[in-house]
Design a protein. Structure first.
Length: 656
């Protein structure tokens, strides 16, 4: 091999098969059935997607061309006319689902609301008419800066209904981060709320919007539409700011969905790279609708009786694809919860599961690690027997966290779907299908049908079984990102040039390291940018961290490389201990030895630092590049707008 890849040093052998009863009732019932669908899709992906697009979605007009692929530009269902808000709402109104719960919402203070499909449709139409009244037209960008309330979903669907492009900015981001994103997208209007509840406090969203727009910093914005949530006092700038509840009074509930070109832009969502400003990932309509629809249906084995709950915030791609669009397109009941586990109510998630009889629960490893730290007593005190499927997304899940999720939350009864995907991919790429795929703790298993994934070296050659390399996708799929908003060149550079095209064949570079085992299962080993190079061996972060977490003292671990004269880099491990352990030299030695016996001397941390917290993004991902700066004693460089809590860095620096 001419280029360095990534070495795999820790392998997990446990396997869990779906139980026979579950499989019998599942949409896809066996690994053989999956394989058949997969093979058919792989033989002709375009034909496979076209058949599903025809069967599963409403089109005002059918497409002329299924796929127009001029790398790296893919166009799906060219010439087709479609509206995702129609598919999520209108088409259910002519069925019994008209009065089915579309959204079940629970607020942090304990208030709640249920919207049937008919009710949701009505409010979406009203808001769409209000947007029109405020001068928003097809193609205009609308910024959303919302708490987790039904109006967040209503606003997204209202934009989609009239062909406006939404750009959701997570409600925990600062005014500066909001301003940058609104400016980049040249938003015409902002939809926000007076405030929202988070961890027993009020987050004053409107005040942040005021700050972001102060001194005409974003001249494109002409209006701000404000939803009343907390009732706190806010400034309303006359001429610019309007209350949603005022305008709703006179808004008609009749607003036919605009037939959109399949390739019309649906939304922009910003994702941060390690350097440079956040990228505005662009998704379009038809392909995104189809892909999120199918992945929700098959990966969650969706039934009409399900109460489906994804704990993400609508500010992330997970909220877009798997709280709003995927579930509603399927006519499912999607639960939305404003709260997060907090000192006053650490068990609130389990209360919600019990109260609503949640059947499908989808969360992130960072949450699972927090549950583990809080102990088994909380979930054990609630009736979780309604659960039938568990999901995880966002980071590689350490096998020990997977086992805990399986045993304590799933009662060893619920298949776990570990879904690997990205803002850029729009939907699940690697995932088990719960009735079909035997699972292995820590593996996102196999590609979704229609996805041609591989692990390659930097020349684009497939690596062998259990050899580490770069995760790539070799054929376009319907919900792939189309460009970086306003910067096509950055799109090309970031995703299509790391692995040079071979024989004119382009591959999508995901930026993750992975290996594939002898059963063809994929194991994601962490971001390529985080790889640690020790004495010429390139090590992914996931395996070393999993080895550390498998020691009973360790609640959470993050490893990074630190420059080392002899070895190139040495491993530095940041460790959060379980509450009944104390930091000290003895434990440090034990943990180093533990890594040596689990993996080998090559991965032995040169340095272990105990800490109470780790720097994370607001969606809970560990920001290793900041730890890298700390370990090397450098200034923090790069974008920190997504960092959840700055004080964590100061504490870590003091402790060093
Ligand atoms: C990581 C979230 C391992 C990965 C949907 C990816 C995962 C990045 C998994 C995208 C998983 C997400 N196993 N790693 N199941 N899911 N990742 O854009 O590094 O917020 O590239 O999208 O998260 O993060 P994003």
């Amino acid at each position: 091999m001419s280029q360095p890849t990534i070495e795999s040093i820790l392998q997990e052998k446990r396997t869990f098969s779906p139980n026979a009863e579950f499989s019998r009732d599942a949409r896809i019932q066996s690994i053989e059935e999956y394989q058949k669908i997969y093979d058919r899709a792989a033989a002709d992906p375009a034909a496979f997607w076209a058949e599903l697009a025809e069967r599963e979605l409403h089109w005002f007009e059918k497409w002329d061309t299924i796929l127009d692929w001029q790398p790296p530009v893919a166009k799906w269902f060219v010439g087709g006319k479609i509206n995702i808000s129609y598919n999520c709402l209108d088409r259910h109104l002519t069925t019994w689902r008209k009065n089915k719960a579309a959204l079940i919402w629970e607020g942090e203070p304990g208030d709640s609301r249920t919207l049937t499909y008919a009710q949701l449709h009505r409010e979406v139409c009203q808001m769409a008419n209000v947007l029109k009244q405020l001068g928003v037209t097809k193609g205009d960008r609308v910024g959303l800066y919302m708490p987790m309330i039904p109006e967040a979903a209503i606003a997204m669907l209202a934009c989609a209904r009239i062909g406006a492009v939404h750009s959701v900015v997570f409600g925990g981001f600062s005014a500066e981060a909001l301003r940058d994103r609104l400016s980049d997208g040249e938003a015409k209007l902002v939809i926000t709320a007076d405030g929202g509840y988070r961890k027993d406090a009020i987050v004053s969203l409107k005040a942040q919007v005021d700050k972001a727009l102060a001194n005409d910093a974003v001249p494109s914005v002409t209006n701000v539409l404000v939803v009343k949530r907390t009732g706190e006092a806010i400034d309303m700038e006359s001429g610019r700011d309007r209350w949603w509840h005022d305008l709703q009074q006179t808004a008609s509930a009749d607003c036919p969905a605009e037939p959109m070109d399949s390739e019309d832009m649906l939304f922009i969502l910003y994702t941060s790279g390690s350097t440079g400003k956040p990228k505005g990932v662009v998704h379009t309509t038809g392909g995104y609708n189809l892909y999120t629809h199918m992945t929700t249906q098959w990966t969650f084995d969706l039934k009409d009786t399900d109460v489906y709950w994804c704990t993400a915030d609508v500010g992330w791609i997970t909220g877009h694809s798997y709280i709003v669009y995927g579930p509603l397109s399927n006519g499912a009941t999607s639960l939305m919860y404003e709260g997060v586990p907090r000192p006053s109510n650490p068990g609130c998630f389990w209360d919600v599961v019990e109260k609503y009889g949640v059947t499908i629960f989808y969360t992130a490893p960072t949450a699972i690690r927090a549950f583990i730290k809080m102990g088994e007593a909380l979930p054990k005190a609630r009736d979780l027997s309604s659960l039938r499927i568990l999901g995880t997304v966002g980071e590689p899940i350490n096998p020990e966290a997977w086992m805990w999720y399986h045993q304590v939350i799933g009662g060893e009864r619920c298949p776990i779907v570990d879904t690997w995907w990205q803002t850029e991919t729009g939907g699940f790429m690697l995932t088990p299908l719960p009735g079909a795929t035997p699972t292995k703790p820590g593996s996102a298993t196999l590609p979704f049908p229609g996805i041609i994934a591989d692990v390659v070296d930097l020349d684009g050659n497939s690596v062998g079984d259990n050899e580490g390399g770069y995760l790539v996708v070799k054929h376009p799929w319907p919900s792939m990102m189309r460009t970086v908003y306003g910067d096509f060149d950055r799109f090309r550079r970031s995703y299509w040039e790391h692995i040079p095209p071979k024989d004119g064949k382009y591959v999508y570079f995901a930026g993750d390291g992975a290996r594939r085992d002898e059963d063809g299962y994929f194991w994601v080993m962490g971001r390529v940018d985080d790889v640690i190079s020790v004495s010429g061996h390139r090590l992914g972060t996931m395996e070393i961290e999993s080895a550390l977490v498998s020691h009973p003292a360790v609640a959470e671990a993050a490893v990074v490389g630190k420059p080392d004269d002899l070895k190139g880099e040495s491993v530095v491990a940041f460790i959060i201990l379980e509450s009944n352990y104390t930091a000290g030299e003895e434990l440090e030695k034990t943990l180093k030895q533990h890594v040596v016996s689990e993996i080998g001397a090559i991965a032995r941390p040169g340095d272990i630092r105990f800490s109470d917290d780790l720097p994370k993004t607001r969606s809970g991902k560990i920001m290793r590049r900041l730890l890298r700066n700390l370990a090397a004693g450098e200034e923090i460089t790069g974008d920190t707008s997504t960092l959840q809590d700055r004080s964590v860095l100061d504490k870590l620096r003091e402790g060093a």
